[in-house]
Write a protein that binds this ligand. Sequence first.
Ligand code: ZN
Length: 216
Amino acid sequence: MAMVEVAGKAWQVGNIFCVARNYVAHAREMGSRILAEPVVFLKPTSAVLREGEAIRLPSWSSDVHHEAELVVLIGGGGKDIPADGALAHVAGYALGLDLTARDVQAEAKKAGMPWTLAKGFDGAAVLTRFVAPEALPALDAVSFDFYVDGERRQHADVSDMAFDVTTLIAWISSRFTLQPGDLIYTGTPEGVGPIKAGEQLRLVLGESIDARFDVV
Ligand code: ZN
């Protein structure tokens, strides 16, 4: 069972929702665009990889990409959660990597097949530690960075999201019942690219999160 902790409380990870296109510049680099509603897919809980564990690249892909993302931990579940009360349902925030076997995803897209294999393999849901919402500034002021071997590859201002966290919680809960322990990967900014064995990855959110992961 995948567990996460925030402020001394443990949560069993439930459904892992991921938003596919949420920053305009990333949608553009993938040759797509932001639609009227969020594009949501799921990862299995077996994909969770936590701080302290090494990232093992799958043998059946030669092009695994990093997608650095803000991750929301749902503390209070619900159905049809209104946007104006949505943040009260958040137990914490982390950074994550929505690791994506881009070659396998490209084949799936071409064939009109699901993305599950490309985005759901063991270790494909990388997570830093979680911090309580009170420990962060207002979400609109939050930014984060992703580095490979000390070189910055991605930067996000959360205020640039097409669908903000409140909208995502409201929209997802209008289609799926949210449950305590669910995670939402909120989409990646531009700058996605391949990771290779031997590299060290680093996710940084202000003074709150600074996590490193070795790729083996
Ligand atoms: Zn993603």
